[in-house]
Design a protein around this ligand. Structure first.
Ligand code: 5GP
Ligand code: ZN
Length: 137
């Protein structure tokens, strides 16, 4: 399961170079070529799946075990205070590479790297109930 037009599949096949942090039979973790912060890592399944929705549960489980391992490695080895785990799905959410992947983005206090200023709104009880009933119908 590989897509010949996919950059991440090419990274898996070692057709293009990458700075590999870790790999095993199923997964690979490498440094993002345009890091948001030092140590910005990408973790992928070796098989090509477009989005989260295409990943079988067992693959997902293995993927996130590696995400945790790499997150802990970054935390231990780099002088960081935390990290964001980001996973974009579909173009509208900013997914550029259609090979499902997880970003681990190291953070330090006051780094101003990414400001997760989530544009919060308020919702009435009725609005929350309306969306809940859509989800449950
Ligand atoms: P997305 O927006 O799809 O969630 O993120 C794709 C990420 O892949 C971007 O952060 C981008 O910098 C990274 N990326 C794109 N092409 C390459 C590449 O050839 N090598 C590496 N290491 N990272 C890449
Ligand atoms: Zn791919």
């Amino acid at each position: 399961m590989s897509d010949e037009t996919c950059i991440f599949c090419k990274i898996v096949q070692k057709e293009i170079p990458s700075k590999i942090i870790f790999e095993n039979e199923d997964n690979m973790a490498f440094l993002d070529i345009n890091p948001i912060s030092e140590g910005h890592a990408i973790v992928i399944p070796k098989k090509h799946y477009n989005t989260l929705e295409d990943l079988p549960d067992d693959e997902l489980s293995k993927l996130f075990q590696v995400v945790k391992k790499i997150a802990m490695l970054l935390h231990e080895k780099l002088n960081i205070d935390g990290y964001n785990v980001v996973q974009n799905n579909f173009k509208a959410a900013g997914q550029e590479i259609n090979h499902s992947h997880v970003h681990i983005i190291p953070r330090t206090f006051g780094d101003m790297k990414i400001r997760l200023s989530l544009p919060k709104t308020s919702a009435t009880n009725e609005e929350l109930d309306r969306v809940l009933s859509k989800l449950k119908s």
